[in-house]
Design a protein around this ligand. Structure first.
Ligand code: IFM
Length: 460
């Protein structure tokens, strides 16, 4: 697998997100986000840590820009922390917040790296959560206002915009299982949060188009390859449910302008959606985008609940209405997140999206792995992570297979540029191709990073 196996204009980048790398959560007028609050809840984060200092990127940004450029990436996907721009989620722009992202984008451009900005990678201003968060329709309108402010300010230095990152996580991990901020247990009502997120996408899309007609705007979904554990009708129904809630519940409204009726039924949300998810909302959500971002990590093999009692789980589930569905271990290799390594699944999810919107350019906006590789730098300055290199190589191979199969895949972003704060796992999971020593903030390119840099130069 070589870079030259991919089209010459195929974009290769690295990705990060604001709360996971920036630190400096109280600097320069930044307001509190739901993750600042959630991380302080006892037991919410595996190692009891918070996003401070994370990678201290807010202060070390110029050094990180050099790192990105030196590794040879074409593009860098970062996210903008809403509470740095509007501390409470409303009102005028905080100039210091905008200035940080302007310097970042300008620094990238100076080094020949294209900035890709995500407007929402989960750091909702806490003040908006206090008013109901994504369960409130008004949050979608606030998001569009914020999107207009940001693109007005930065649209001269950023052309590629992603409205939302992984609305499945924001809604079902945030409002159903509660393992992500804001940590609420609202059961199937979490689907209403998903609708408001998608409406926020639609309204933001409109706002960005009005502010910056030249912008390229898309959104990013996390999609899974889903298959039944057997061909039994029950297992196939389990696969329908999980594909429904993880994939179709987001793909269908964005690409077809409708929610899947079977999923609304599983959720018991048919009447709420009939009343509140209006035709006008769906028209907005399905307005043409310039590309779809897909974050792909793994495959789910699922089976029907073993027996009726098993559905009576006490843990709030991220799959309301389908609580008893079992996620089956197949014996296939898994990463340190216990996620099955299945590169072919990347082609499956690309095809699933492509079938709904044959003309739409697709990008893998995240793909990567955490492994329990050494969390220290060796005596020769090396970080040896062969599993991560193999994972990257295999998934870049899947990109080439997708392109060869005629799918309009235009780029790939590795998750992540550097080790960072992995949400509920804190600092205990490392996805970086660059190692970060959290004591000293020293960055060291891992073997996987050296491999990727050679791949980018087509020298592998
Ligand atoms: O770290 C996350 C990222 O923020 C969103 N996508 C999945 C990654 C790995 O869990």
């Amino acid at each position: 697998m070589r870079r030259s196996d991919l089209p010459a204009d195929f974009v290769l980048g690295a990705a990060t997100a604001s709360y996971q790398i920036e630190g400096a959560t109280q600097a320069d007028g930044r307001g509190a986000s739901i993750w600042d609050t959630f991380a302080r809840v006892p037991g919410a984060i595996a190692d009891g840590s918070t996003g401070d200092p994370a990678d201290d990127h807010y202060r070390r940004m110029p050094e990180d820009v050099s790192l990105i450029a030196d590794l040879g990436f074409d593009a860098y996907r970062f996210s903008i922390a809403w509470p740095r721009i509007q501390a409470d989620g409303t009102g005028p722009v905080n100039p210091a917040g905008i200035d940080f992202y302007r310097r970042l984008a300008e620094g990238l451009l100076e080094r020949g790296v294209t900035p890709w900005a995500t407007l929402y990678h989960w750091d909702l201003p806490q003040a908006l959560e206090d008013r109901g968060g994504w369960l409130e329709r008004d949050t979608a309108a606030r998001f569009a206002e914020y999107a207009a402010l940001v693109t007005e300010q930065l649209g001269d230095v950023v052309t590629d915009w992603i409205t939302l990152n992984e609305p499945w996580c924001s809604s079902f991990l945030g409002y159903a299982s509660g393992v992500h901020a804001p940590g609420r247990h609202e059961g199937a009502r979490s689907a209403q949060a998903a609708h408001h997120l998608l409406l926020g996408h639609g309204l933001a899309l409109e706002a960005v188009r009005a502010t910056r007609p030249e912008a390229r705007v898309g959104t990013t979904l996390n999609l899974y390859s889903v298959r039944p554990a057997s061909e039994s009708a029950e297992d196939r129904d389990a696969a329908r449910r999980i594909d429904g809630l993880s994939n179709r519940f987001f793909l269908d409204p964005v690409l077809r302008g409708s929610y899947p009726a079977d999923v609304l039924e599983d959720l018991g949300q048919t009447s709420w959606f009939a009343e509140h998810a209006t035709a006008e909302d769906l028209q907005r959500i399905a307005a043409p985008i310039d590309f779809l971002g897909i974050n792909y990590y793994s495959r789910h093999t699922v089976a029907a609940p073993a027996d009726v009692d098993e559905a009576d789980t006490t843990e709030p589930s991220a799959y309301p209405g389908s609580e008893g569905v079992r996620f089956v271990r197949t014996g296939a290799a898994v990463t340190g997140m216990d996620w099955e390594v299945h590169p072919d699944g990347m082609v499956d999810v690309l095809r699933q999206a492509h079938d709904l919107a044959p003309e739409l350019p697709l990008y893998i906006t995240e793909n990567g792995s955490a492994y329990p590789d050494p969390d220290h730098v060796g005596p020769e300055g090396e970080v040896v992570d062969p599993d991560r290199t193999a994972y990257l190589r295999a998934h870049l191979g899947a990109c080439a297979a997708a392109v060869d199969a005629g799918l309009p895949l235009r780029g790939y972003f590795a998750w992540s540029l550097m080790d960072n704060w992995e949400w509920a796992w804190g600092y205990s999971r490392r996805f970086g191709i660059v190692h970060v020593d959290y004591e000293t903030q020293q960055r060291t390119v891992k073997q996987s990073g050296h491999w990727l840099a050679a791949f980018l130069r087509d020298a592998d």
